[in-house]
Design a binder for this molecule. Structure first.
Ligand SMILES: NC(=O)c1ccc[n+]([C@@H]2O[C@H](COP(=O)([O-])OP(=O)(O)OC[C@H]3O[C@@H](n4cnc5c(N)ncnc54)[C@H](O)[C@@H]3O)[C@@H](O)[C@H]2O)c1
Ligand SMILES: [Zn+2]
Ligand SMILES: [Zn+2]
Length: 347
């Protein structure tokens, strides 16, 4: 089978490797869609910068896969050949406290925690192995490209939004309109947010957010953003904000443009943040939440709700490539001149 690797010099290497065969408790998946994440670019593609859970160990890339189970190994209890699935992208030990909460992302076992596309083979291949316990069933109205997006981006955003709570009471600010920020816009709409304001530096992404109806207003990132957001919200600021940029200034804007008693979720990873605790959060009774991926059970709930809301995450995919063109796919995602980028083996 064909498989893509990231050697770390802003290039992609495709190799022909044997199709693996599932061991105990594992399934073999025919990959149908595998999307590229900002984290792949930030930690792996240009240079292998990631450490610990973000350390790339030269495996088949791709941590956002969805596909069809073609073979179940011995000992599988629920999934079988013919099942449509997406893969929760971190395989944990299953028995530490974090795993028992469903947060395999923060599994504490150094021996058994391995993320797909980071420390174990991922989805940028025609086939992949996954542990049955990492699978989320993908119901029929959702496409494989929808499923791939849930595996990381939409799942992550849903978790962050559930932590801060979004309703029709809220105006929401999203800093960073990459695929994660666009997912935040799409989910905030369905959760009933009353007004959604987005900030980015890339014109393409601001235009896409408006074109897809995911933001009501978009602002170019800059020093006037806090005043601009206040002006758009009757002088108060937003009730909720979500940083999906990882940029220090944009994070500070997210905090300062949030009104009294408001809540802020930090999702963008890496970098730094500086703010003045007393005026920026303490005196205004504000709360900042950090949010890392999600749990398996919340991912299952999200899939169920996407069906109910008739929300197809694939609407934020602007470019699809066959596996043979994985190189072009990563280069495009790295340029930022796109929405979400998907690699769809067999298409
Ligand atoms: N917390 C988690 O569990 C988790 C999970 C997945 C991804 N992430 C992180 O979320 C972030 C977003 O992911 P993505 O795939 O959308 O990546 P991305 O790099 O495509 O998106 C980041 C966006 O922020 C914008 N940006 C940069 N500087 C800005 C500024 N000063 N003001 C406003 N916007 C600015 C960029 O133009 C870009 O559109 C990344 O940092 C990624 O690592 C976190
Ligand atoms: Zn990701
Ligand atoms: Zn664990």
């Amino acid at each position: 089978m064909l498989a893509a690797y990231l050697p770390g010099n802003s290039s992609v290497e495709t190799r022909t490797v044997p199709v693996p065969s599932p061991g105990h408790g594992e399934v073999l998946i025919e990959v149908k869609a595998s999307t590229i994440c900002g984290s792949d670019i930030r930690c792996i593609y240009h240079e292998h910068l990631g450490k610990g859970p973000e350390g790339y160990q030269g495996v088949i890339a791709g941590h956002e896969p969805a596909g069809l189970v073609v073979e179940a190994g011995p000992g599988c209890r629920r999934f079988k050949a013919g099942d449509r699935v997406l893969v929760y992208h971190i395989s944990g030990c299953g028995v530490c406290n974090d795993c028992r909460r469903g947060f395999m992302i923060s599994c504490t076992s150094t021996e058994y925690r391995r993320a797909y596309g980071w420390q174990r083979d991922g989805g940028m291949a025609q086939f992949m192995l996954a542990e049955e316990k990492d699978l989320i069933a993908l119901p029929e109205p959702l496409t494989y490209a929808d499923g791939a997006q849930v595996a990381c981006g939409f799942g992550t955003v849903y978790e962050g939004l559930e932590k801060i709570g979004i309703s029709g009471n809220d105006a929401v600010l999203i800093t960073g309109l990459g695929p994660v920020g666009l997912a935040a816009g799409a989910l905030c709409r369905k959760l009933g947010a009353q007004r959604i304001i987005g900030i980015d530096i890339a014109r393409e992404r601001m235009d896409l957010a408006m074109k897809l109806g995911l933001c009501d207003d978009v602002l170019t990132s800059g020093p006037d953003n806090v005043a601009q957001v206040r002006e758009l919200t009757g002088g108060h600021g937003v009730e909720r904000s979500v940083d999906c940029s990882a940029n220090a200034e944009a994070r500070a804007t997210a905090i300062r443009a949030t009104r009294k008693w408001g809540k802020i979720a930090l999702i963008g990873e890496g970098g730094t943040l500086s703010f003045n605790p007393s005026p920026d959060i303490i005196h205004d009774q504000k709360t900042i939440y950090g949010s890392w991926v999600t749990s398996t059970w919340r991912m299952e709930e999200l899939v169920e709700r996407l069906v109910r809301w008739q929300l197809h995450p694939e609407t934020i995919i602007t470019h699809r490539f066959p596996l043979e063109q994985a190189k072009e796919a990563y280069a495009l995602m790295a340029s930022g001149r796109c929405g979400k980028v998907a690699v769809c083996p067999g298409e």
